[in-house]
Ligand binder design. Structure first.
Ligand code: SD4
Length: 350
């Protein structure tokens, strides 16, 4: 058993290394938490969190605001055309439309979000505009697009030839099953993912949390949502309290995976409230995952959800249902740390 586990761990690390050649060897460790006390820190979900953190650190490391840092960091995967899960080049819905969800929040409770937004490559920037230039929190669909265009954003075609090809592949069977990224799940591995190493699907959300040296926080979350979703479907990422929640008194949390599960459990809010009650970031993420698992008589074996939490002292924690969730941590000591989160299921189902 332990050999098998080691093998699986090595496989995970090899995959990460393939996707990100610059990630250092220390990315190798399986770890749910990193102690605080290092001053300012930024953390984010998945492998692409490493370059995103570095962009955020360019702001935060110079004493910039956490809100500016997370907005800058989130734009890295949004711009990356080889990434089919966030921003431009995101996989479309079942009708071939790319619809994006994003939210941003600071530790004073100010927040903004957009959902089912089409034709705008940087939904996180629109979310910030909603926060700062309207009395509202969430704009959706055509109204969100109209607002973005009025604010001077450029209308773009977000469906790249590669994503369109993947959509046509999917249409051959048109089988929809909302399973998010996990190495455990055969279905997930079989999704068409042109351009991904070994055909590995990488349909994930970036959730990012930053804290400055004074314990002031902000967070951002941006995604194209579940590939091949029903047109109009909105996940957890733009829902404050589900995909993202931040409170300067405590810390912040963000999520990835099947958004419906996170919304049903007010996931990120729950993690922050558990930390407020004294749980560590790691314990809080574990409890939030357990609540989801408990509601599934089969033990949620077909579902992936991961939480990432950052406390105001900089300590962070992560936990997922399935093996394979990674998160990136960046501070003054190290800007390219990638860790494998512990999970309920540490082995591959066969
Ligand atoms: C959603 N939580 O729209 C997002 C998708 C995701 O890994 O995170 N996939 O439900």
């Amino acid at each position: 058993m332990s050999n098998r586990r080691d093998f699986l761990k090595t496989t995970l690390l090899a995959t990460s290394a393939l996707a990100l050649p610059n990630v250092s060897r220390s990315a190798a460790s399986l770890s749910g938490s990193v102690p605080g006390g290092a001053g300012a820190r930024v953390v984010s979900t998945w492998d692409f969190g490493v370059p995103a953190n570095q962009a955020a650190w360019a702001v935060l490391g110079k004493g910039g605001k956490p809100l500016d840092a997370v907005e800058a960091g989130a734009q890295i995967p949004e711009s990356d055309l080889s990434n089919h899960s966030v921003g431009r080049a995101g996989y479309p819905d079942r009708d071939g439309k790319v619809t994006l969800d994003a939210s941003i929040m600071d530790g004073d409770g100010r927040c903004g979000a957009v959902a089912a937004l089409e034709h705008i490559g940087h939904p996180i920037k629109v979310a910030r505009k909603v926060m700062e230039d309207t009395p509202h929190v969430l704009l959706v669909g055509d109204g969100a697009l109209e607002f973005a265009l009025q604010q001077g954003f450029t209308r773009e075609n977000l469906l790249t030839p590669e994503s369109e090809k993947a959509w046509h592949e999917w249409l051959k069977q048109a089988k929809y099953k909302p399973v998010a990224n996990s190495e455990n799940l055969d279905y997930h591995r079989s999704l068409p993912a042109p351009g991904m190493p070994g055909g590995k699907n990488n349909h994930d959300t970036i959730g990012m949390l930053a804290v400055d040296a004074n314990g002031r926080l902000a967070g951002a979350c941006t995604t194209s949502g579940m590939a091949w979703k029903l047109h109009g479907r909105v996940g957890d990422s733009p829902i404050i309290g589900a995909g993202l929640y931040v409170d300067n008194e405590v810390g912040g949390a963000t999520s990835t995976g099947v958004g419906e599960e996170v919304i049903r459990n007010a996931g990120s809010f729950l993690v922050v409230e558990l930390m407020r009650q004294g749980r560590s970031p790691q314990e809080a993420c574990e409890e939030a995952v357990r609540r989801i698992v408990k509601k599934h008589p089969d033990g949620a074996k077909e579902i992936q959800v991961g939480f990432l939490a950052l406390r105001r002292d900089g300590e962070c924690g992560a936990y997922a249902i399935q093996k394979g969730f990674t998160y990136a941590v960046c501070d003054v000591r190290k800007q390219d740390l990638l860790l494998a989160s512990p999970s309920v299921y540490q082995t591959t189902f066969t």
